[in-house]
Design a protein around this ligand. Structure first.
Ligand SMILES: [Zn+2]
Length: 238
């Protein structure tokens, strides 16, 4: 199974999405995140391949608020974040928010990372078109905008991912790791800007969502942290 070999080599700490969420639940439960009072918000890419993740989250914590745009970068803006935070249920005057941010990548049947064989297609395509376009434009420069069509999400993804590192990523895998770090930074920047910790306990989990041929999706953890009323983010070991 070439794709399993590639998965183990590139993502030695990856577990199935279900196992990942079980670990999250086990971590946050002693921190006071009761299942019935916790509110989840999920940022995955817009791709149809990613949608199994919010479904699994919904089974544990009810339907999550959707944060994501291309590349799983939250694209809802300040107004959207305010709305998400205002939906968090209160338990003894304090809410419990679990945030997920997961850029995605696929592994094809030959074990190539960054492409997927989609349903009823006979050729592989880039798993994340946004990441593939970003890598190409970082290497070759940016195409001029087509008049009348904006590309706001891709532009913002480029700006925020690019600000994470001075080094040009070598490949899609490196770029996706960088994107996961960027998504994590962005989550905390928004939550901090809105002083969310004054009203709720927050746990943020970022990683890479991995699609395999004919298998459940996997998640490779990248960053996990908790913030309580003191406003100090503490790393969680997942
Ligand atoms: Zn994508």
């Amino acid at each position: 199974m070439l794709h399993i070999e590639a998965l183990n080599k590139a993502f030695p700490s990856a577990v199935s999405s279900e196992q990942y969420l079980a670990r999250v639940a086990k971590l946050v439960s002693p921190l006071g995140f009761a299942r019935e009072h916790s509110f989840a918000a999920v940022s995955v890419c817009r791709d149809e391949l990613t949608q199994s993740f919010p479904d699994l989250v919904a089974r544990r914590w009810d339907q999550p608020f959707s944060l994501g745009g291309l590349g799983a970068l939250p694209s809802l803006g300040r107004t959207g974040w305010r709305a998400a935070l205002s939906h968090v249920p209160s338990d003894h005057d304090r809410g419990h928010l679990i945030v997920f941010g997961l850029p995605h990548i696929g592994i094809d049947p030959e074990g190539n990372i960054g492409q997927s064989l989609r349903r009823h297609q006979d050729q592989v395509t880039p798993t994340c078109g946004a990441m593939a376009a970003l890598l190409s434009s970082l290497r070759n420069g940016f195409e001029p905008q087509t008049p009348g069509l904006d590309d706001n999400e891709a532009d913002r993804l480029r700006r925020i991912v690019d600000s994470q590192s001075d080094q040009l990523p070598d490949n899609l895998l490196e770029l996706t790791r960088l994107a996961a770090t960027a998504v994590n930074t962005e989550m905390w920047a928004e939550l901090d800007a809105l002083q969310a910790h004054t009203e709720m306990d927050i746990a943020v989990f970022c990683g890479i969502q991995i699609h395999l041929p004919d298998e459940v999706d996997f998640v490779s953890p990248v960053a996990s942290a908790f913030m309580g009323s003191d406003g100090i983010a503490t790393e969680l070991s997942i």
